[in-house]
Design a protein around this ligand. Structure first.
Ligand code: SF4
Length: 98
């Protein structure tokens, strides 16, 4: 089941989510985070050169990334070190308009 932060922590729950919404069927479980017990996922469409194998057919979910809801960041959500995106919520408005 998922915890209060919305993390998916077991395979059964993940399979249920996939059966209810096909956009999640492109992902497979790749491991589990030690600190939180949350499952980690990888995309079956990601090629060895780190490019998307379905780029022109990717879902809206992918097209909108990294537009995430604020709760994700507030609850400590972050991107992997290898990701080109990151969240910086400590910037002041003036720093963005420079
Ligand atoms: S953009 Fe492509 S490789 Fe990345 S998660 Fe979406 S489908 Fe997978």
């Amino acid at each position: 089941m998922s915890d209060e932060n919305g993390y998916i922590k077991d395979e059964e729950h993940f399979k249920k989510i996939q059966s209810e919404n096909k956009k999640y069927r492109i992902f497979e479980i790749s491991g589990k985070m030690e600190e939180t017990g949350a499952l980690m996922f990888k995309c079956k469409a990601l090629k060895n050169n780190n490019l998307c194998g379905l780029y022109f057919f990717r879902s809206l979910y992918c097209r909108n990334y990294p537009a995430v809801n604020y709760d994700f960041i507030k609850n400590g959500g972050t991107t992997l070190d290898e990701c080109g995106f990151y969240f910086d919520v400590n910037k002041k408005f003036k720093e963005y308009i420079k």
